[in-house]
Write a protein of this length. Structure first.
Length: 235
């Protein structure tokens, strides 16, 4: 497997997108600094020092590409599992944010890109706030770092290896059985369940996580299934 280390780049996702023809499936691109880190819903990913910013390139059969939504959930679950092995009391906020003490420590941005001879590319971008001591004012109410919450320093190399190993170990199960294989574990750590949430501005009650990872909610006595969007939890 190839691992590309960059001191600085605009965005590891953009880098992978631009260079994908020359990169093998499973290549990981890591950057120490991102000048234009991107988040979901066209937002920015604020670059904190001593974090993990990396993208995994997967070249998959086009037939498999419908798995992109469950794949992002799967990635979040893998990271949550690894953090928990380190003793971190993390949770998953649907669809794929990792929370610690009510604030976000990790975000995932999956992008579909290009098609060559029946294969498409999925770029899984992972941003984890690891050893940053202080959080910039603009995001400090909603974001945190592992260090800020636990007062511990984390070995980033170890963490990256553990995440990639766990991903590699479980990916065959994901390919064979889909998200449903991981659904119980996901539900166990999902903070949306049973809560009143706002989905794209509409108030709903979160009832369940479906077989393919969709959010099952109740609104005005009706069941609504949500597969993407902006979800806010009212703590
Ligand atoms: C989100 O929570 O909105 C997703 C954030 C994803 C951030 C990561 S950092 C590495 C990769 N490169 C990017 O530009 N974004 C992702």
């Amino acid at each position: 497997k190839e691992f590309i280390y960059l001191d600085e780049v605009d965005s590891t996702n953009t880098y992978v997108k631009q260079n994908q023809q020359h990169l093998e499936s499973s290549t990981v691109v890591y950057a120490e600094r991102q000048t234009q880190g991107r988040g979901r819903l066209s937002r920015r990913w604020v670059d904190l020092e001593k974090g993990i910013k990396m993208s995994i390139l997967l070249k998959l059969l086009l037939l498999d590409l419908e798995k992109i939504v469950p794949l992002t959930l799967f990635t979040g679950l893998v990271i949550n599992r690894v953090l928990r092995k380190y003793g971190v009391n993390s949770f998953i906020k649907w669809s794929n944010d990792i929370y610690l003490n009510g604030k976000k420590v990790c975000g995932i941005l999956c992008e579909l890109s290009g098609e060559v001879e029946g294969f498409g590319s999925i770029i899984i971008g992972i941003g984890i706030n690891v050893n940053a001591k202080s959080i910039p004012d603009e995001i400090k109410d909603i974001a945190t770092s592992l260090k800020a919450e636990t007062s511990q320093d984390f070995d980033r190399t170890r963490l990256i290896i553990d995440i990639l190993k766990e991903f590699e170990k479980e990916f065959p199960n994901f390919e064979t059985y889909g998200f449903s294989h991981f659904r119980d574990e996901y539900k166990n750590f999902c903070i949306n369940l049973g809560k009143e949430i706002l989905v794209n501005g509409q108030k709903m009650l979160c009832m369940d996580i479906g077989e393919n990872g969709e959010l099952v909610c109740e609104k005005d006595g009706k069941i609504v299934e949500i597969s993407s969007g902006e979800v806010t939890i009212r703590f």
